[in-house]
Write a new protein. Structure first.
Lengths: 375, 119
């Protein structure tokens, strides 16, 4: 990478806390702190972890009204944006004409506008995509003046309640503007670890104050990208560019749940997004291969790229691992990948080839660790 | 005790050499979750990849430091790979090798030289 790496507002804090910094999506990011991935992972599941996710893209879509912006966004994503209530958030994805996924994202109804969070590696392409395809009267604003932190884990609520007691009223996927350490934070009760938690968009000037106020709590530790990855893997959550990409459709990826009724066949606003014919067609006729959970039956982790076979001796692979590693909360290796639909039933035994050896791996339901969202 | 540039330590125990990885290497690898050891009785050549270590982050190989026969492996690591993080130069040893040419040991670093290498 020849371009200079960008830094988030918390760069110095990470370095001061002993983080090991690595390049990620053009940013110099903390992959782990001195306690290491395993302890950071368990800390998040047991108490609370603080994640710097400021590298992600924060975008505002504004039209004459929320509805105006929602009508526009619905032309690019297969979600019910118009029907999203004020103060609520949804998971979604941009699709291409082949029904593949260009990026996955979160979007919220913040009253008179849509607030979106997109992946760091895709944010420039996403913004071009929005600007190229939305009418000129829909204003696309990229927020360079806000940091983004995620506070995840069972203690998150009580930690934030010390700053703002009514936070306990928020439910999973609620969004609200909340004062923390004197700053106006846009808070959603969500995250990407499978735990209860919050994401906080913070004005840049107050970013460090808010981070210190949270990190100083005895239940909170900074957590790096390494544990973020193992947490989301156990949570069965897709990592863009690995488990989903331009060649996988939402139906293959098992993300049908994210396409609301209004946008499906016979819905009030069926179709009308890129690749709708492919995606809605697959909802009716099914798919040849699909994303599943995978549990290696030996202690050897099966990582991204491991080929899957129907038997110990077949020469042609039938599938592949898209994410895999050791699951610290599960206590053994976990993975996910794509297999033929007829081999996707839980408990089906397949074989993964690791260093030239075929090892048994069992198809499983996702998530590997039950989600603990506050619904 | 001798050290390799691959961050292995080699300890002479009678006519055998005990091999493991250094504290520096175990810290760099991070939490170790899986170890694949060679079979006892295998004859190996210097630089053969004979041990696979997987940490939460990635897989890496350990090379045979010298020619010889693997006479014993630390089976306890299969169920408890974290021993390599907890006690890399003690309970975290990998295997014992019977060297066919003990003079190959002369190529390796002293502790002082190794400490200088890792700074």
């Amino acid at each position: 990478m020849t371009d200079e790496l960008k830094r988030t507002p918390f760069y110095n804090t990470h370095v001061a806390n002993g983080a090991k910094m690595v390049p990620f999506a053009g940013y110099d990011m903390p992959v782990q702190y001195p306690s290491g991935v395993m302890k950071e992972h368990l800390q998040t599941r047991e108490k609370a972890g603080l994640f710097d996710v400021s590298h992600m893209g924060q975008v505002i879509l504004r039209g004459q009204s929320y509805q105006d912006a929602a009508v526009a966004l619905e032309r690019l994503i297969p979600m019910d944006v118009q029907g999203l209530a004020e103060g609520r958030q949804r998971y979604g994805f941009f699709t291409n004409d082949q029904g593949g996924i260009l990026d996955d994202l979160m979007f919220a109804n913040r009253g008179d506008h849509i607030f979106m969070v997109v992946n760091a590696a895709c944010k420039e392409a996403d913004i071009d995509h929005l600007r190229d395809n939305l009418e000129p009267d829909i204003h696309v604003k990229v927020l360079e003046n806000r940091a983004l932190l995620a506070l995840q884990g069972p203690s998150s609520e009580s930690v934030l309640a010390e700053h703002y007691p009514p936070i306990t009223d928020m439910q999973f996927m609620d969004v609200e503007t909340i004062p923390i350490a004197g700053a106006e934070c846009w808070v959603s009760r969500s995250g990407y670890t499978g735990e209860d938690g919050f994401e906080l968009s913070i004005p840049l000037a107050a970013a460090l104050d808010v981070a210190i106020a949270l990190a100083d709590h005895p239940d909170v530790e900074w957590i790096g990208l390494g544990a973020r990855d193992s947490l989301r893997l156990e949570g069965g959550l897709c990592l863009y560019g690995h488990d989903i990409d331009e060649t996988t459709t939402p139906i293959q990826a098992g993300l049908t749940w994210a396409i609301q009724k209004a946008r499906r066949e016979n819905g009030t606003r069926a179709g009308g997004f890129p690749g709708a014919n492919v995606i809605l067609g697959q909802m009716v006729s099914g798919v040849a291969n699909t994303r599943v959970g995978l549990i290696p039956q030996t202690r050897a982790p099966m990582r991204e790229g491991v080929e899957l076979f129907a038997t110990e001796t077949d020469t042609a692979p039938i599938g592949y691992v898209t994410s895999g590693g050791f699951g610290p909360s599960v206590g053994s290796p976990v993975a996910m990948g794509y297999v033929p639909t007829e081999m996707s039933a839980p408990n089906t035994v397949l074989f993964g080839e690791v260093r030239g050896k075929r090892m048994p791996v069992q198809v499983s339901r996702l998530p590997h660790v039950p989600a603990r969202f506050k619904r | 005790m001798k050290f390799t540039e691959e961050h292995e330590w080699l300890r002479v125990e009678d006519d055998l050499i005990v091999v493991g990885i250094t504290e520096h290497a175990s810290a760099q690898l991070g939490d170790i979750v899986f170890i694949e050891l060679p079979e006892e009785g295998t004859t190996v050549s210097k630089d053969d990849e004979i041990v696979v270590i997987e940490s939460v982050k990635a897989a890496s190989d350990i090379l045979a430091p010298i020619d010889g026969e693997i006479v014993e492996v630390n089976e306890a690591l299969v169920d408890e790979p974290s021993k390599v993080n907890d006690d890399p130069i003690g309970d975290g040893w990998f295997f014992k090798i019977k060297p066919s040419d003990p003079s190959q040991m002369d190529d390796y670093m002293s502790e002082e030289q190794y400490m200088k290498l890792i700074g």
